[in-house]
Design a protein around this ligand. Structure first.
Ligand SMILES: Nc1nc2c(ncn2[C@@H]2O[C@H](COP(=O)(O)OP(=O)(O)OP(=O)(O)O)[C@@H](O)[C@H]2O)c(=O)[nH]1
Length: 451
């Protein structure tokens, strides 16, 4: 099937999503979707050698895509655009490519959206399985049934023949070896023998439909080996006729389990990377890196639309004593429960960010610094009613709050930090307001409000 080129290197931006695909012999491409137009931005070695790709990315496809029925698949029908939340959008699909001076090739594709990129930059990974061999076998099957039996017997890929009632009338050596049965154990057995029970009904309906439809069908199916293990195969089937006119179904299999598992791991890894890129692992709140982006967006909105935005830095009081007295694990639980209580008490438009250690940044859009101070006082008061962790601890925090005017985020954070320092110096368990950036009259720093 797929011929791998030289392995090891990756191309075009060294995209980590391609790592490992060469060793699994999976050809893969990455497209970036720019305003609905797919642009090829990376490829692994296998895809480069199979598809005769140059090394200059980004590039438009140097070939023509055709769908399973050999109709042009360009524009909105381009395979890289066929992604969606529905399960069938993540299935392997059949396409063909026409390349300059090359024979038509049949490919099985699976398109997986890649997360973690910039929001405006949608990227998809297209895993490719070359099924030209299967295609050429199934389209050039001999007319005579005895010739067909002989041909199937010599094929290196798993193949079998099933009658209308669903009984196996032939299983070639590759098919028997794959499922772990001897030929005699499979001959005259019903095809249910090689399926997990959950698939019986659907497989029976498909089996019946394949005789009435008569066209070749290709899809990914879970099958069950003799030892009970499940594998995923791509099934291609077609109807032929015995010399007496009796219809039979010829089925070819390609095992894609490793590829599918790899893709699942890749999807999981992408989800995890996306989570880690924006979230703090301990508390589940937004992390500092992402929080800074959110702060910059809020500040930008405030500048552009004149929206008020207040910002507060909260720091748990005497947290070191909690760690020292009850241990780090209790300290961690306090941080988690503290985050939950505060997050639940805030409006959905407010954002709580774990800034680091026992420090939290709070973005409060739409309110001035005095309203922000009242909000934080309310949080402090509510927190006092809580007992945190198994040690049933009462915890307070100090906070510095500021309101954005024309200053940069760094200047705003600096001002809020100084106010926090002031609140700590004033005895903790209180909120101090930072002076406004540009000299308004109310600029004076206010004394600490205490709950
Ligand atoms: N358990 C736990 N402790 C942490 C974590 N991150 C930071 N810390 C601890 O938080 C403590 C912060 O101590 P300090 O900066 O002295 O502050 P504090 O004891 O709260 O004193 P004040 O802020 O002045 O009230 C240090 O002991 C850190 O080790 C964490 O993720 N988990």
């Amino acid at each position: 099937m797929i011929e791998s080129g030289q392995t090891g290197s990756r191309h075009a931006g060294q995209d980590p999503s391609l790592a490992g695909l060469d060793t699994l012999d999976i050809a893969a491409l990455i497209y970036r979707i720019d305003a609905g137009v797919p642009l090829l931005i990376a490829s692994n070695d296998s895809a480069m050698s199979q598809l005769n790709l140059g090394k200059r990315f980004p590039m438009a496809d140097p070939w023509q895509w055709l769908d399973a029925q050999l109709q042009p698949a360009s524009g909105v029908d381009h395979p890289a655009l066929q992604t969606g939340p529905a399960a069938e959008d993540r299935q392997w699909r059949c396409y063909h490519i026409r390349q300059h001076r090359q024979p038509l090739r049949a490919l099985q594709l699976k398109v997986t959206p890649l997360d973690g990129g910039h929001a405006s930059e949608k990227r998809v990974l297209v895993a490719i399985s070359d099924i030209t061999d299967v295609d050429s076998v199934s389209t050039q099957l001999p007319q005579s049934f005895s010739q067909l039996r002989r041909l199937i017997g010599t094929l290196p890929m798993g193949a079998c023949i099933i009658d209308v009632e669903g009984y196996l009338r032939l299983a070639n050596p590759a098919f028997c070896a794959f499922f772990g049965y001897t030929e005699s154990e499979l001959l005259n057995a019903h095809f249910r023998k090689i399926l997990p029970s959950a698939q019986y009904e659907e497989a029976t309906l498909r089996h019946q439909a394949s005789f009435s439809r008569g066209n070749a069908q290709r899809r990914a199916v879970d099958v069950k080996l003799r030892d009970g293990k499940l594998r995923t195969v791509i099934v291609e089937d077609m109807i032929c006729h015995k010399d007496d006119g009796q219809p039979l179904r010829v089925v070819f299999l390609v095992d894609i389990t490793e590829r599918r598992n790899f893709e699942r791991r890749l999807e999981e890894k992408n989800r995890r990377l996306e989570y880690l890129a924006t979230r703090d692992e301990l508390t589940g709140l937004h992390n500092r890196r992402f929080g800074l982006e959110l702060l910059e967006q809020s500040v930008e909105r405030s500048q552009r639309y004149g929206e008020r935005v207040s910002v507060a830095m909260l720091d748990i009081d005497h947290f070191k004593t909690i760690n020292d007295t009850y241990g780090h694990a209790v300290g961690d639980t306090v941080l988690q429960e503290f985050s939950q209580h505060l997050d639940q008490a805030l409006r959905t438009s407010d954002t709580l960010i774990r800034w680091g250690g026992e420090e939290f940044l709070l973005i409060l859009p739409g309110i001035d610094r005095f309203a922000a101070q009242r909000t934080i006082d309310r949080l402090l008061h509510a927190l006092r009613q809580q007992r945190l962790s198994t040690a049933s601890l009462s915890v307070s925090f100090s906070a510095g709050v500021g309101e954005h005017r024309q200053e940069s985020t760094d200047q705003l954070l600096e001002a809020v930090d100084s106010a926090l320092y002031q609140a700590k110096s004033a005895g903790r368990n209180c909120v101090a307001i930072a002076p406004l950036y540009a000299g308004a009259r109310e600029d004076e720093s206010r004394p600490c409000s205490s709950t």
